[in-house]
Ligand binder design. Structure first.
Ligand code: COA
Length: 322
């Protein structure tokens, strides 16, 4: 039995922040951001009631409703995030509490922007092993609380939001998945946590902000993602042209165009929402999936390929039948 997606949902904060709005407090411009990233605006949390958990719960409820399952039907709740509200309990346990069910095992995983793919592949492995039969997968980020709002090279890129998918064990669905990591490249995209508060040694206590070497991340993405997609298609024996849509991590439209070019595929096969969402890290693929699904673009039997890359370094891909 493999993981089949039976429902999707998403949640975005109400506040729309345009590139022009950013240029009122950092030295940047709409022209610079648009020409290098394809981003025009992003959604950012703007009240105490909009949190990582609240967005995850809204996306989860929409996905459950779409799937026809009830919270008590879930065996597993898996949340991928690098911006949880609490160190503990996990976001997954907090979502579980809000959904009012205690039947599911719930935990978070951190694979940054590849996180949703790691969650999907993990649920699929549980299903193949016969351990669980249903799962709620959520990618959620409130990156606005970890970016440095004085650093123009990073703060213009990111957005907040949540995306969710309900999956169940089925004879069809996932065809193949892969995930990988290279910790030696971790320094090119990182965010330090809190320092040790022990009374036994002194350490700088200031929490860190997101730090990135943009060029190196760009080079990593345009090399790794096509490799990842090609090896997945080869392993599955599927022709690249037979895939209806490639739903890629939405970091930058130039990265996506370069990947399409390397794969010699038309850009129409690569739906994008980075223009209005920015890079929402672990939430980007499930938000895009939900938008594509709700726009009526998917038909039963379509082949979909998800792929992404992110901090860690991490990368992943999944090929499945809708
Ligand atoms: N507005 C205006 N100027 C900016 C700017 C901004 N927001 N950010 C950087 N600049 C300036 C730099 O200071 C630099 O100026 P200098 O030449 O005077 O030193 C110049 O623009 C070029 O900077 P550089 O970093 O070389 O730009 P780039 O063409 O590589 O584009 C990124 C930067 C971040 C858009 C690009 O590298 C990228 O998209 N990388 C991938 C990032 C990513 O996807 N991260 C998430 C991964 S999950």
């Amino acid at each position: 039995m493999r993981a089949k997606i039976i429902g999707t949902g998403s949640c975005l904060p109400d506040k729309i922040v345009t590139n022009d709005a950013l240029s009122s407090f950092v030295d940047t411009s709409d022209e610079w951001i648009w020409s290098r990233t394809g981003i025009r605006e992003r959604r950012l949390v703007s009240s105490e009631s909009e949190t990582t958990v609240s967005m995850a719960v809204s996306a989860a409820k929409a996905a459950l409703e779409d799937s026809g399952l009830l919270p008590q039907d879930l065996d597993l709740i898996l949340v991928s995030t690098v911006s949880s509200d609490f160190i503990t309990p996990s976001t997954a346990c907090l979502v579980q509490r809000e959904l009012g069910t205690c039947n599911a095992a719930a935990f978070d995983l951190n694979a940054a922007c590849s996180g949703f793919l790691f969650a999907l592949n993990t649920a699929d492995a549980y299903f193949q092993a016969g351990i669980f039969r249903t799962a709620l997968l959520i990618g959620v980020e409130t990156l606005s609380k970890i970016v440095d709002w004085h650093d123009r090279s990073t703060c213009v890129l990111f957005g907040d939001g949540a995306g969710a998918a309900v999956v169940k064990a089925a004879p069809d669905g996932m065809i193949a998945g892969l995930q990988g990591s290279d910790g030696s490249g971790g320094d090119i995209l990182s965010c330090r946590g809190r320092a040790c508060g022990s009374p036994f040694f002194h350490a700088d206590a200031s929490p860190g902000c997101l730090h990135m070497d943009g060029r190196k991340v760009f080079q990593f993405a345009v090399k790794k993602v096509p490799e990842c997609i090609q090896s997945l298609l080869q392993a599955a024996g599927v022709d690249a042209g037979d895939v209806s849509y490639y739903l890629l991590h939405q970091a930058n439209s130039r990265i996506i165009s370069s990947i399409a070019q390397k794969l010699k595929l038309p850009l129409e096969k690569f739906p994008m929402n980075v223009e209005s969402r920015g890079n929402t890290s672990a939430a980007s693929i499930p938000i895009l999936l939900d938008e594509v699904h709700r726009a009526g673009m998917l038909s039963e039997g379509d082949l979909l390929l998800f792929s992404g890359f992110g901090a860690g370094l991490t990368w992943g891909a999944a090929l499945l039948r809708w």
